[in-house]
Structure formats: C-alpha cells, structure tokens
Design a protein around this ligand. Structure first.
Ligand code: URA
Length: 223
C-alpha cells in the first residue's frame, strides 16, 4: 500500500513554543518530502526578541551545509544592504518560509536551487507562524514572493506593494500582540542575479525598502 504523502508540519509542533523547542522539533519534521534530500532542517536564527524578522524563501546550498539561514551569497548581499540601511543585524531574526533546501543536481553534481511548490510552502507554514508568535517582531520583512505569499496570500504582488507598511491579513491567522507591521521587498538573490545595467538601481531600491522597515520599527518604538 502506498504511504500517504505528508502535507503539513502541524503535527510536529511541540507543546512548548519557545524557539529552542521549536528548532529541536523542526529538526525531525517530515511534514513534506523535502527532508529526504536536504542535509538538515535550517531553522531561523537570531535574537529571540528581535524587533525585525526577515523571512526569505528557503535555505540555499551553503545554508543547507552550515545549518544557518543567509550564510551564502544572498546572505552576504543582505548583510551589506542591512548595514547600508542602518539596521544592526543583532536586531534581526532571520528565517525562511521553507526550512529545507530544495534542489536538482546539474550533471549529477552541482545542486541547483528549485523554487518550493505552494504545497511545500503551506506544509512548512506552521513553523514560520510559530516563530512569529515566539519572537513577536515589530516589523516582518518578506524577502521575495514566496515569503510574501506565505504570509500575505497568493494574490499578493511585490511589484504592486513593495516597501509599503502593511498589516497581516486576517486570513493569515497569526495571533501576535502587538500586531507586527509587514513589509515586502525583493529577494536578495534577485538583485544578485540581475546582470543588467540596472543592478545598482535594484540594489538601491532594496536598501530603500530596508530603510522603510527601519523607520517603521523606529515609529513603533516611539508610539
Ligand atoms: N535564500 C533564502 O531565501 N534564504 C536563505 O537562507 C538563503 C538564501
């Protein structure tokens, strides 16, 4: 008899919802099939009380090896952009919408990133929600469409709303007080991949969006 394909991490959530317990439980998650080929679960990392939470798509090759988010080329670009936007990385918690690396092999060797499917994003969402509820960030920054659509719905388009300070829609079913402000921007890999003459401009716009996140955080602090 064929085994039913698992489609949610929900049944792997631990009773204690602190980050340490969540990370340990996510380490043995079989909520979708991505764990089969990845080296390990890459859970979020950073200050458990960080005012800014950055949400990417999924770990890449380097992250899969090291077990930490944003330690590869996209992470280096992100670190530089955070610095230019005046955001201390110590004030951030960095995570991904999907916690396992999805890839195909090129010539049987190099691992090439593959975009996670909607089913995989939905399956992994309980971990992301639990992280948001544990950290209670003032500002949530979605880096790219996968993160944005996981939290803001599949109709959300970064091109129409990038850099806008928004709220989580009721359908997101995330219960955090005070409610985080949400902002979406492009994924740092999109800036890295841009080989056109507009790459500097793309990078500048990315930094501008991070500056908007920083000012949203500053306003929230003053309120
Ligand atoms: N890209 C992501 O979305 N997340 C990472 O952690 C690394 C690259």
């Amino acid at each position: 008899m064929a085994t039913a394909q698992k489609t949610s991490a929900a049944s792997y959530l631990p009773e204690d919802r602190d980050l340490e317990s969540l990370e340990a439980a996510a380490g043995v998650c079989r909520g979708c099939s991505l764990y089969e080929n990845a080296s390990q679960t890459v859970f979020g990392h950073g200050d458990s009380r960080a005012p800014i939470m950055l949400v990417g798509e999924q770990p890449g090759d380097r992250e899969d090896i090291e077990g930490l988010p944003f330690v590869g080329p996209a992470g280096r670009l992100l670190a530089r952009a955070l610095d230019q936007a005046g955001i201390d990385p110590e004030l951030t918690y960095q995570t991904n919408a999907v916690k396992h690396f999805k890839f195909t092999r090129k010539n049987g060797k190099r691992r090439i990133h593959q975009k996670p499917s909607r089913t995989e994003v939905v399956a992994c969402r309980p971990w992301l929600i639990a992280e948001i509820e544990a950290v209670r960030p003032q500002v949530l920054v979605c880096l790219g469409a996968t993160a944005a659509q996981s939290l803001l719905g599949t109709a959300f388009r970064i091109s129409a709303h990038r850099g806008e300070v928004m709220h989580l829609p009721a359908e997101a079913d995330i219960h955090v007080t005070p409610e985080p402000q949400v902002l979406a921007t492009v994924h740092p890999s999109a800036v890295l991949r841009d080989r056109s003459e507009r790459r500097d401009e793309a990078y500048g716009l990315f930094v501008d969006d991070l500056r908007s996140a920083r000012s949203a955080m500053a306003k929230r602090k003053r309120a």
